[in-house]
Design a protein around this ligand. Structure first.
Ligand code: PMP
Length: 304
């Protein structure tokens, strides 16, 4: 991250940005076991607010629980700390990155005897796949790398090690000139993007792949709720890559990616090859909700 002024919450204290460092023998750096979150705060009509703070904090603790990591703070403390970081950095809107990791007391695979540290950083971060992507949609490619089997890297946890697989897929796709990768599971069914969940629209019905080898996205949950409120049926199905080729519309969801239309998969145009009408409606409503422009779902926004 670029050198900057500001503060990072680190083990219970606000530490100047440049001093929030860790030792090279940090256990998590060597073995990949750290759990983290990606959260956004929006500059809503009634001030800065964090979107779905409780759900993100719960997922962080669930990720830690899955990997038998004891976070030495309560959920309330971690929620309060996230608000504090946004305030301390005087950010109107931002991305937040809470992370829990093992320290440098020991080497060797066992985590016994390693202390758990927690850091929370926040910085401004615009549209993850670019502003144009939100309007025009992106071109994606099916990755030659499969999402890990559910008994290999457990998908309910947002675990650093998962992202080695995401990075391989993203590098492959972007080096070949695509915007993002689509990963299949080890059986060949659609799982998710490198850092996004997927939806398709066919004949007015919205489908998502059955969430097995994929993260249970919080943006995804929000979109499912909003779609139902708009009167759309949302079905979970095993999807194949060619289900997407013949879909009318497709889009990714994620905290960073928000709602990003997909216009092409594997060089096949999806629908009209641009943001579809149902995607556009959901995207507009999503941005209205996160920016507090509509009264619905005020409970998803926590003022800082
Ligand atoms: N899948 C993966 C692999 C991700 O990294 C993300 C981003 N956290 C998502 C899906 C979307 O999850 P969310 O909507 O909770 O950000």
């Amino acid at each position: 991250m670029a050198d900057r002024d500001g503060f990072i919450w680190y083990d219970g204290k606000l530490v100047p940005w440049r001093e929030a460092t860790t030792h090279v023998l940090t256990h998590s750096l060597h073995y990949g076991l750290s759990v983290f979150e990606g959260v956004r705060a929006y500059n809503t009509v009634s001030g800065t607010a964090i979107f779905r703070l409780k759900e993100h904090t719960d997922r962080l603790f669930n990720s830690a629980h899955i990997y038998m990591m004891q976070i030495p703070y309560s959920r309330e403390q971690i929620m309060e700390a996230q608000k504090e970081v946004v305030r301390a950095n005087k950010l109107e809107s931002c991305y937040l990155r809470p992370i829990a990791f093992y320290g440098s007391e020991k080497m060797g695979i066992s985590t016994r005897g390693a202390t758990v540290h927690v850091a929370i950083a926040a910085w401004p971060w615009g549209a993850y796949l670019g502003e144009a992507a939100l309007e025009q949609g992106i071109r994606i490619k099916t990755s030659s790398f499969a999402r890990a089997h559910v008994n290999s890297i457990m998908p309910r946890a947002k675990l650093a090690a998962t992202y080695a697989n995401s990075i391989l897929a993203n590098l492959e796709a972007t080096q070949d000139g695509y915007d993002e990768a689509l990963l299949l599971d080890t059986e060949g069914f659609v799982a998710e993007g490198a850092g996004e969940n997927l939806f398709v629209v066919k004949d007015g019905v919205i489908y998502e792949p059955e969430i097995a080898a994929a993260l249970t996205g919080i943006t995804r949950a929000s979109i499912i709720a909003l779609a139902a409120e708009l009167g759309y049926e949302v079905k979970s199905r095993r999807l194949t890559r060619d289900d997407i080729y013949i879909a009318d519309e497709a889009f990714f969801t994620g905290t960073a990616a928000e709602v990003t239309p997909i216009r092409e998969l594997d060089n096949r145009t999806i629908g009209a090859g641009k943001r579809g009408p149902i995607t556009a409606k959901l995207q507009a409503l999503f941005f209205d909700v996160v920016n507090g422009k509509v009264p619905a779902h005020a409970e998803w926004l926590t003022a800082v």
